[in-house]
Design a protein around this ligand. Structure first.
Ligand code: ADP
Length: 308
């Protein structure tokens, strides 16, 4: 019997991961939204419930609605969908709040329609939600949210997503200082060109990070978590950034950087206990500065969006 309703977990994601601006991302396990999607006979997509965050419920102002409309436009399904969104990820936090809703909506709809679309097609639909959230249809959050694990957007045209395995003991610690940095603002301040010298350093690190993930070489992962292009500019918007970077390495992290467009800061560690020590170190910095924060410690999520 075909399902009429499905409840899903929509993971938070870290995009960029230092050297992989706009191309790398990873899904988290212990933080994400929940969503219920239901088939209805009335055409179109309606958000019927939205709890946890103050976000627009109008279909075309909510990324879940926009991504869902894009899926419907490519489907011969005659009916529509109702969506209930239970937000746990704060919007604008830099851990893929919008991507979780876009990816969750299209994944759930595809399940209810008995999977007419490939994962890659779902990424394309979800990217339309990202266009609404930030003005740019980037895939570096929606790809890991849908595929799970680490993903590389090898090419945007044509869209080509490569999944990358994660070493079993790799953990992420993410701190979200409670200040607002809009994705659109943090994009505006970036330069539009780089020197050859900077490019060489950056793709050296990106290759190193990918190789480190495949080889399960934690040292190599740590050495490669360096961003010569975006971090030096964007980190100015995040109070305490330099202190956090120093503190997490002292606590044993492999390395750290800005999560997505910030203000969240992520660190990667080998093992859960180190990741917890890193959380303590991050908290200490913001306690000193006097800014409220939220911390998440998570294993890498290898499934992406999943049914609950
Ligand atoms: P993040 O980096 O956490 O994804 P963004 O700044 O990219 O945050 O996206 C948040 C923006 O998307 C906000 O302007 C928010 O109003 C808008 N938005 C629309 N629908 C949603 C949704 N379902 N979940 C989260 N953000 C949404």
């Amino acid at each position: 019997m075909t399902k009429e309703e499905i409840k899903v977990f929509c993971p938070a994601t870290i995009a960029n991961i230092s050297c992989g601006f706009d191309v790398l991302g990873v899904a988290l396990d212990s933080v994400g939204d929940e969503m219920i999607v239901r088939k209805v006979s009335e055409k179109g997509v309606r958000i019927t419930k939205l709890e946890g965050q103050d976000l627009p419920m109008e279909t075309l102002k909510n990324v879940a609605g926009v991504a869902g409309i894009e899926l419907l436009a490519n489907s011969d399904y005659e009916g529509g969908f109702e969506i209930e969104i239970y937000k746990k990820i704060k919007a604008g936090s830099g851990i893929g709040s919008s991507a979780a809703s876009s990816a969750g909506a299209v994944w759930a709809m595809n399940e209810l329609l008995e999977k007419p679309f490939s994962q890659l097609q779902l990424v394309k639909f979800a990217m339309e939600g990202e266009r609404l959230a930030s003005g740019v249809a980037h895939a570096d959050n929606v790809a890991p949210a849908l595929f799970g694990g680490f993903t590389l957007v090898r090419s945007y045209d044509p869209l080509d997503i490569v999944t990358i395995p994660a070493p079993i003991a790799l953990y992420a610690t993410v701190i979200h200082p409670q200040i607002e940095v809009k994705t659109s603002d943090s994009r505006k301040i970036l330069k539009t060109s780089i020197t050859m010298e900077t490019g060489i350093k950056q793709w050296g690190n990106l290759g190193g990070l990918i190789a480190g993930l495949f080889k399960e070489d934690y040292e190599l992962i740590g050495r490669s978590l360096v961003d010569h292009i975006v971090e030096p500019i964007r980190s100015i918007l995040i109070p305490g950034f330099d202190e956090v970077k120093k503190a997490v390495v002292q606590a044993g992290a492999l390395g750290s950087g800005i999560s997505g467009s910030g203000p969240s800061i992520f660190a990667l560690s080998e093992g859960a206990s180190t990741a917890q020590n890193v959380a303590v170190a991050m908290r200490g910095v913001y306690e000193n500065i006097g800014i409220d924060y939220e911390v998440h410690v998570s294993k890498v999520n290898v499934d992406g969006v999943r049914e609950l």
